[in-house]
Ligand binder design. Sequence first.
Ligand code: ZN
Length: 280
Amino acid sequence: MPGKPNFKLRAPLVLLATVISLLFSQPASGTSGIKIDARPGVSSTHFKHITIAINNITRFFSDNYKLALQKKMRIIIVPDDQTFAKVLVSDFGYAPAVAHKEAPILGGKALDAKGEYLLVIKAKASHAMPWIIEVACHEIVHWYQYQVAGSKKTGEVKWLAEGCATVIAYQIVGTVTDKTMDQYHREKLNTLRKAAAIPTLRELYSRRDWAAAMDKYGGGAVYSKATAAVLELGQRQGVNSLFYYFINLQKVPPAQAFEQAFGLNMHQFENDMDQKLGKS
Ligand SMILES: [Zn+2]
């Protein structure tokens, strides 16, 4: 696998474990402006893996693109739906009724707030570690996208914004657990195979397109299509190439940013993927 997130994980693990055990008893303030607050009931294993994953994703961006988030990150890890709902009310400004309705459905919630990036992650004992880490890292990638390209331009081609957030998250999951990119690829293809209908990538452009497709095709088909297409890009060009699309997006429109990042014509690639991943 290309990229650097596999960096010498084992050697610093002992040291990290020590640091983490110190941090665990209280909200931790890292040197890079990351504060991780584990609420009572979160297991030390969950806390440890999430902390390593968050360190790995910030390293991924600083090593590959010399990028650091400009705001502080505050991450709250909760053990259950009730605590999740409480945080939605106290830190995200939700009305209690809405918070209690949404808490059981959501795995995490991110907010680009004034002065800080805020993320709450649900780490139930029954949740698989790869899934929890994926949720957390996916949201963090969005913050980097918004920082370099702005939220408006990032949202112009949603399948790339969502797919890249997920595939970069998969790469980080692979540094903390033994789940591989190939396993994810098979899962996505399986979901698409079982879907009643699959959206074309051109149906997944604007935020409005995305919402309409979610209604029409369901979340499984929509996210899997976007992710499977980006997995293909990652396989051809390397996962580290994916974020150059957003860096290029600062200066040029999406199709040009795509061509510069991947050396491919965007619409041609979309057509190829629609054929390859569509219903035959
Ligand atoms: Zn997303």
